[in-house]
Design a protein around this ligand. Structure first.
Ligand code: C2E
Ligand code: MG
Ligand code: MG
Ligand code: MG
Length: 281
């Protein structure tokens, strides 16, 4: 009967929920120890000028080697880290690791490689964020002009009147700023125009159904023209097919990252695939 079906659906729902809640609890207790146990690593996804196939940068992406669940993606544990406040020490570890890696690559001859790091809205909201970044730059010897902080629209929508000044403190240190997941938030163009952003990252969700989906095509074109009008670079995420690449190039977006070019790689694999360019002059 319909009633039984309803009850079954409900039970199924409860079971599903229990599984999720339990997993969340386990993730939470494991997260607290993950830093001490060295269970985190960074992977790096290459970014290309898709016209020339020149490597232009990398995005650092966090991975957790969980003792029972194996390799876990950030979507499964970053929300838990944010709820528990652990995102702050984890974010510090991420910045220190990525900045150190940037210094190493520069010494090895990757002088122009830009290295992007994702910053949670909660990290960015801390009053000591810029001081902390400055301290980690000094400690690691990273070149701030080759480091890009990826910030989401939600981090910029806190309505704080000091936002623009806080961003300027970071750009004043030489850092680059990218707006991640562009198109998924609600920022107005007038609002974006006032902020010192260097780059827009067109969200994967608008790239997926290119070139056939007319709505996504319209959004992609709008994002590309906004970036151009505001003097920002634009990079497309999640490019998986030659058709997506061609569409984006034809419409003025040359910078891309995605499985068509490369998955995120551990450092050793990156170094094997992308040795530094030979010295010139
Ligand atoms: P994001 O910053 O938008 O990163 C891009 C995501 O798209 C990455 O997922 C990447 O592996 C994935 N991706 C790249 N190319 C393709 C493609 O062609 N197809 C598909 N299907 N996916 C592609 P990942 O590594 O799972 O990270 C998910 C999100 O977690 C990131 O989204 C970012 O918001 C967050 N995140 C990752 N690392 C960190 C971190 O160190 N700190 C913080 N706060 N957040 C992080
Ligand atoms: Mg990102
Ligand atoms: Mg993104
Ligand atoms: Mg995204």
């Amino acid at each position: 009967s319909a009633k039984d079906a309803g009850r079954n659906t409900f039970q199924f729902f409860v079971q599903e929920m229990n599984v999720r809640v339990l997993r969340r609890l386990r993730v939470g207790s494991g997260l607290r120890r993950a830093l001490d146990r060295n269970e985190f690593t960074m992977h790096f996804q290459p970014q290309f000028d898709a016209e020339t196939l020149v490597l232009v940068g990398v995005e650092a992406l966090l991975r957790w080697q969980h003792p029972e669940h194996g390799s876990m993606l950030p979507g499964e544990f970053i929300p838990v880290a944010e709820e528990s406040g652990l995102i702050i020490p984890i974010g510090d570890w991420v910045m220190r690791t990525v900045f150190k890696q940037q210094a190493r690559w520069r010494e090895q001859g990757h002088r122009h490689l830009s290295v992007a790091v994702n910053i949670s809205a909660l990290q960015f909201a801390r009053p000591d964020f810029a001081d902390k970044v400055a301290r980690i730059i000094a400690e690691t010897g990273a070149d701030p002009s080759r480091i890009e902080l990826e910030i989401t629209e939600s981090a910029l929508m806190d309505g704080s009147p000091s936002l623009s000044r806080r961003l300027q403190t970071l750009t004043g240190m030489g850092l680059k700023l990218a707006l991640d997941d562009f198109g998924t938030g609600y920022s107005s163009l007038a609002y974006l125009k006032r902020l010192p952003l260097d780059r827009l990252k067109l969200d994967r969700s608008f790239v997926r159904d290119l070139p056939d989906d007319p709505d996504d095509a319209a959004i992609a074109l709008a994002a590309i023209s906004v970036a151009r009008d505001l003097g920002m670079q634009v990079i497309a995420e999640g490019v998986e097919t030659p058709g997506q690449r061609e569409f984006l190039i034809a419409h003025g977006c040359r910078w891309m990252q995605g499985f068509l070019f490369s998955e995120p790689l551990p450092v050793q694999a990156f170094d094997r695939c992308y040795p530094p360019p030979p010295e010139s002059g």
